[in-house]
Design a protein around this ligand. Sequence first.
Ligand SMILES: [Zn+2]
Length: 342
Amino acid sequence: MTLEQFEQDIEALRSGALAAFTAAQTAEELEAARIQFLGDRSGLLKTVQQALGAISKEYKPAAGRAFNAIKQVLTDAHEARGKALSRSASPAADLDLTMPARRQWRGGIHPVTVVIDEIVAIFRELGFTVALGPQAESEWYNFGALNFPANHPAMDAHDTLYLKGDVLLRTHTSPVQIRTLQTFPPPIRILAPGDVYRRDFFDASHAPMFAQIEGLCVDEGISFVDLKAMLSNFARRFFGAAKTRFRPSYFPFTEPSAEMDVECQICHGAGCSVCKGTGWTEILGSGMVHPSVFEAAGVDAEKYSGWAFGMGPGRIAMQRYGIPDIRMLYDADVRFLEQVAE
Ligand SMILES: [Zn+2]
């Protein structure tokens, strides 16, 4: 036998054995392949080893090295395939298939967040972006710049949570208006959602911390007509085909100011216990930005005008989901949240 023939035999053994090991899908199939190629009695490796004796003396060392190399390759390949098969087989063997599945924990979005996201989505189509600000504010950002007189009762420590000196937990999201006006030149269209703090006891309709969402639109030539059009459009989108009405109101930072009501979604104007018989529910406070606010923020009040609104997404969520007690929104009781989470 020539060395060339011997090497051809080795190559045939190599490709045949590797293909058979890879094709084996069970331990039994792999064992059959092992016997066929590596078996001690009649395996092909044994046949090749016997052929080694017929190689002439001068080629014997090279043929011997080739034989040892192929033996190692095939032994390793057989071992690796065996390990792979036992890995893929063992989980099923260890598993009790009759065991009940573990219940998946599925998260949901908090009802207040759902309401905020919907409000943001509606105003985003009108060109509004979201602006955020710090929850610990100075007295000036929270009151002074928003045209609160120095002796306003809201600044009393009985109503506002002061942290240190003139630093307090913001009582509304309106300071974000000032920070935005100081940072960006008009035109401005922002929504400012976030948590605010009041010195209230927790009861069915009050919480010391609650969510608010603020809107601000500033540009040249903005009038009360824009305010009414935008907010009425929002009410139609958010509450369906609801009627709205504006009532005169007062806020230090807007002039004129108005509360917007929408037709009660429960009784559609007929009067019920939710709307206390009026047929209307109060949704938001709004108004034209007071010139003093523009001046405090360094905006030219002769050139620019604007409107702003603020509303409580918690109250809207309570109406929408029929939640009787505001504390349920903050108790983090999963049994309750599971019923309203979307
Ligand atoms: Zn009603």
